[in-house]
Write a protein that binds this ligand. Structure first.
Ligand SMILES: Nc1ncnc2c1ncn2[C@@H]1O[C@H](COP(=O)(O)OP(=O)(O)OP(=O)(O)O)[C@@H](O)[C@H]1O
Ligand SMILES: [Mg+2]
Length: 230
């Protein structure tokens, strides 16, 4: 039987279309960037400092907006959304990982992981947070405060927090930038599994060859443009 379903082209989790970004003051950080982020794939943004990686990540995470062009996240064009819809999009669809972990210092590991679920008004918060803590291999650290963890352990807690609400998109800015090789490798393995097991569309900015190597697509950027995909 002929059905409209068959005509549907699979949607990218994020679609960046001819985006320009000029910051107040006049820096042209992005100059005509188009990119698709497919579910279950890791896209690495590489290129020298200042080429626009973090700027592009912020657009992919609905944390900032293009000056022209469009960013569509989970079917929604970010510049067409009001504040409530944007907050909902960030809380429900996107997980973030940062170079310096950004854990809240007065909350335990488990409480840090619970936080996105609390904000989203989810049910079974404790059980889900515990599952993620187990998933990153730190079941014994539930009550530890961030200062009691190593850098690698903090980043694993941050990954658990980023994935606790099953986000469609995982945005990672230099996730191994502050880690030694062994901890960095562990973190990269978890990011790979986030794409494979959770089906997240991962977009990661990195200066690390090891991190770029786990990606499905490497986006070489230069002066606000995409130079090549490999
Ligand atoms: N909030 C801002 N206001 C003004 N200019 C900015 C802002 N953020 C970034 N820029 C400028 O935009 C350009 C791109 O910066 P961006 O942070 O995206 O680069 P990057 O590739 O992430 O660099 P790095 O590898 O050092 O993290 C740079 O020239 C930077 O100085
Ligand atoms: Mg950056």
């Amino acid at each position: 039987m002929f059905s409209n379903e068959n005509l549907k082209i699979p949607h990218s989790a994020v679609s960046v279309r001819n985006v320009h970004k000029t910051y107040p003051g006049g820096v042209e950080a992005l100059r005509g960037v188009s990119l698709e982020l497919p579910a279950g794939k890791i896209t690495a943004l590489v290129g020298r400092s200042g080429c626009g990686k973090t700027t592009l990540l912020n657009l992919c995470g609905a944390m900032d907006f293009p000056t022209s062009g469009e960013v569509e996240i989970a079917g929604l064009v970010t510049t067409r959304l009001g504040d409530a819809a944007l907050t909902g999009l960030r809380r429900n669809k996107i997980g973030f990982i940062f170079q310096f972990f950004q854990l809240l210092p007065t909350l335990s590991a488990l409480e840090n992981i619970e936080l996105p679920l609390l904000l989203a008004g989810a049910k079974n918060i404790r059980v889900t947070a515990r599952e993620r803590l187990d998933w990153v291999g730190l079941p014994e650290k539930a009550d530890a405060l961030p200062y009691q963890l190593s850098g690698g352990q903090m980043q694993r807690v941050a990954i658990a927090r980023a994935l606790v609400h099953n986000p469609a998109i995982l945005v990672a800015d230099e996730p191994t930038g502050n880690l030694d090789t062994t901890s960095g490798d562990l973190v990269l393995r978890l990011i790979r599994r986030a794409a494979d097991e959770f089906g997240a569309a991962v977009v990661m900015a990195t200066h690390s060859a090891e991190a770029a190597a786990i990606a499905d697509v490497r986006v070489q950027m230069r002066d606000g443009r995409i130079e090549q995909l490999t």
